[in-house]
Design a protein. Structure first.
Length: 264
């Protein structure tokens, strides 16, 4: 844990939060970038990307361990297959309120991107825009197959050991994610019901070689959201565009955020 980490008590759970300050303060009041990690992620697994984006956009940032991941507390009750909707509808609004964030852009990777879209669908007051990295609007066969391979690697390979250094309850974190995605009929969100309610600008980014989804995800997001959406399909890139093609992704997000960054 970093010395800058803190725990935010929401009553039924405690979430680990890290506040980021941009390297340069231009004296202007700017929006806050809030980062939502992937299904097996946590603060550390973003590496230095959040800080680099905050520096480029001159915006403060918040990175946090979602419920059940990293060093945050476990779910008070099993959320089952609806964990992303519950995080978006009941947890994220309380966290933003507890942090006093009244103006933000969400940057979400994979599950975090889906949570960001679920949250945006309620047209919340603090939200200015959404950036998704490899978000899932639907559950494709390629994703189910990839997660089945991950389950095997967790049970028989070294995946559990590699993840254990990041998560206080590595088994709980893995089960929450993997069990939901391979459940019969599981969908990460109600794309038809929710995406039309997303009125803020959206930038959807995905790797051309994403092992968990195809460019169909970009088409569904762009085709169904209620407001402006731009998409970027990144060549020579898998499921983590911000880590695999960081310079391109950093420049694209900075360009997208720049006209939206001034608060007020």
């Amino acid at each position: 844990m970093s010395s800058t980490d803190e725990f935010i008590d929401l009553g039924d759970r405690r979430l680990r939060v890290r506040r980021l300050t941009p390297a340069r303060d231009d004296g202007l009041e700017r929006t806050v970038l809030v980062f939502l990690h992937e299904g097996l992620g946590c603060i550390e697994m973003w590496r230095d990307f959040p800080q680099r984006l905050c520096d480029a956009a001159c915006c403060a940032g918040i990175v946090y361990d979602r419920t059940g991941y990293g060093q945050s507390s476990p779910w008070p009750a099993d959320p089952g297959v609806r964990y992303m909707e519950i995080e978006a509808d009941l947890v994220l609004p309380r966290l933003l309120a507890a942090l006093g964030i009244e103006d933000c852009v969400l940057v979400g990777h994979s599950d975090g991107g889906t949570i960001a879209l679920n949250y945006a669908a309620t047209d919340p007051e603090p939200l200015r825009a959404v950036v998704t990295l490899a978000a899932h609007a639907i559950n494709e066969p390629i994703c189910v197959e990839a997660i089945a391979r991950a389950r095997t690697a967790f049970a028989t390979g070294d995946l559990r050991q590699r993840l254990a250094k990041y998560h206080a309850d590595v088994d709980g974190a893995f089960r929450l994610w993997a069990d939901a995605w391979v459940s019969p009929g599981f969908e990460p969100m109600d794309a038809n019901g929710r995406l039309p309610g997303v009125m803020v600008p959206v930038q959807a980014i995905q790797g051309e070689d994403d092992e968990y989804g195809t460019e169909l995800q970009l088409g569904i997001i762009a085709g169904k959201v209620g407001g402006y959406c731009e998409t970027r399909l990144v060549p020579d890139c898998g499921h983590s565009p911000h880590l695999q093609q960081p310079s391109y992704v950093l420049s694209e997000i900075t360009r997208f955020v720049a006209p939206l960054a001034l608060a007020g």
